[in-house]
Design a protein around this ligand. Sequence first.
Ligand code: 9WN
Length: 456
Amino acid sequence: MTACTVPGPVSPAPSGASPGAGNGAGVGLDRAARRVLVANWRRHATVPAARLYPHQWSWDSAFVAIGLRHLSPVRAQRELESLFGAQWADGRIPHIVFDPAVPADAYFPGPSFWRSTGIPGAPAVPTSGIVQPPAHALAAWLTFRADPGAARARGFLPRLYPRLVAWHHYLTTRRDLTGSGLISIVHPWESGMDNSPAWDVPLSRVTPVPTAEFTRRDLDHAAAAERPTDTDYGRYVRLARDYRDAGYADSLRGHGFAVEDPLCNALLAAGEHALAAIAAEVGADPAPHRCAAARLTHDLTTSLYDGGTFFPRDAHTGALIRTYSIGGLLPLIVPGLPVAAELIATALSDRFRLAGACPVPSYDLTADDHDSGKYWRGPGWINTSWLLWYGLHLHGETAHADDLRRRLLDRVRRSGFREYFDPLTGTGHGTDDFSWTAALVLDMLRSPAPDLDQVA
Ligand code: 9WN
């Protein structure tokens, strides 16, 4: 690859698009989605779900902004601004920004576990110390596009651009743990797909903290059979505690779990395309971002792709983790990906049944350990299906994309704004009135095809 210089840190209005999936039922769904987003708004950001997740989450806010821009472009801008207001001096965007008004024991692990305010360079507001997939640059660009006039009047992109650059800089420097050019996640929560079977092998090397040492709060609001196990939680707590006790320092040796995840790297590459468009808008040089996108796309494809899908790589052993999860198909969101046709063939195969299962399953339907009701071990989620829809359009597969959109809207119309769904029966699972389900449904109702302008 050619060497290139990557830069260092540096009032409600309708969208105008007609709501609906082509019939009157779309109007009711549109109204119901708006109601969820209004109910989950808290002063300057949206909570993913009122009881189960009562704070601001990083990649949730990106998806929420993508939907919220149709309801209120300014509110969508504020969603992202409040998240980036909690950026650390090293550039990281924390996976949770805690609301000090919410009782300390409402969510575990809370502020007293992460102890972020004692870390030099962390913001005054308490946050977690880990990150989530970098969907933000794409969300910022789409938010800008919803109402460029309002965004320009508020200086939205000129203020956000240096923060987005610092965020990507943190990932491409501090999180390139192996020197491969790809970024690593250091906790399953960082993948956004917490208990995916893809993490089972690297996680098995982590000694769980005894359950007597912590109190889960998630089981107060969701069925245990649909959530990660206590042993999973014991391992999550061990990894987070070790990271905290090391002052949130990043090194391969210091992390008990380190994985090069296809989705995070793909979102970063897609995000560099979005940053190129943002740079052009704010009068900065787009070329380094185009260069970074090309490099990431090359490294992702040469390192993690094999035989029709992308696999995560265990950074400690160097081995590919050969499980088929939805994250392996999502590099489809990267413009110019050379293996798009192969990914679509895998999506259509019995493993994912793109043409029938809905939402698209999070994990291989043919695997012995597929569990259609358990969190990220089988159920379909709206955000990953939205990304697939976006990627299908990006690569010219409009018939499959339109069909997926129609079935996703129908699924939510019948089963509600649930957190996740059985991909074959459609039964809803997890919490109700889940923000990104509402936001992305709203987006697909208002935009029958995604806005690919300048990022494709
Ligand atoms: C831990 C908020 C988040 C999502 C994740 C999802 C779930 C949290 C949890 O909820 O994770 O971050 O407590 O289980 O897995 O993708 O961002 O909606």
